[in-house]
Design a protein around this ligand. Structure first.
Ligand SMILES: Cc1cc2nc3c(=O)[nH]c(=O)nc-3n(C[C@H](O)[C@H](O)[C@H](O)COP(=O)(O)OP(=O)(O)OC[C@H]3O[C@@H](n4cnc5c(N)ncnc54)[C@H](O)[C@@H]3O)c2cc1C
Length: 153
């Protein structure tokens, strides 16, 4: 992934992209990062909220969900269950023809407690579709091309 410009936007994108990709290049035309308009900002919008969130640790995480049964589809608003309790709400869902199964994205929470990677990966998940709970897998990484190898060629 190539990012042009090392302002707050470019640095933020590079930081986030690095978490899911191993090959990120940030190009800045001047001598230092954040030397553009970012340098002039007294306090960027959202900084305080980000600092508070970092202090309190993350309590809501976006996870990828894959249905175990290829014949079931995700439509809209299907809740996600973890170990017998509802933990999340959907953001999107679609059938993936590369993996031949339905994939979705869900925000999950643990009753307001901080969320660890272990808590997310250790659960037994189901997605409720038309009043039936369908077994599912949850992952912090995308199911398809998690290392962006297809994108990089
Ligand atoms: C005087 C002033 C005060 C401000 N105060 C505030 C504030 O208090 N709070 C707030 O929230 N916002 C404030 N802003 C707005 C805020 O600074 C900007 O919205 C924000 O910094 C934009 O970030 P950016 O990453 O998009 O751009 P920039 O920070 O401008 O970064 C763009 C970078 O790209 C580089 N670049 C450009 N072309 C190329 C190229 N071809 N190749 C490689 N690199 C390239 C530039 O050198 C630069 O480093 C202020 C802006 C100004 C000008």
């Amino acid at each position: 992934m190539l990012i042009i410009g090392g302002g707050i936007v470019g640095c933020s994108v590079a930081h986030l992209a690095k978490r899911g990709s191993t090959d990120v290049l940030l190009l800045e035309r001047k001598k230092r990062l954040t030397c553009g308009t970012t340098w002039h900002a007294a306090g960027l919008v959202g900084r305080e909220a980000l600092l508070r969130q970092r202090e309190a640790r993350v309590r809501l995480r976006l996870v990828a969900v894959a249905l175990e049964h290829a014949d079931r589809l995700l439509y809209h608003n299907e809740p996600i269950w973890r170990n017998g309790g509802i933990v999340g709400r959907p953001t999107s869902g679609m059938f993936d023809h590369f993996l031949n199964q339905s994939l979705g994205l869900r925000y999950v929470a643990n009753g307001g407690a901080p969320l660890s990677d272990e808590w997310i990966t250790a659960g037994r998940y189901e997605v409720e579709i038309a009043a039936e709970r369908v077994p599912a897998r949850a992952s912090l990484r995308p199911f398809y091309d998690p290392n962006s190898e297809r994108v990089r060629g």
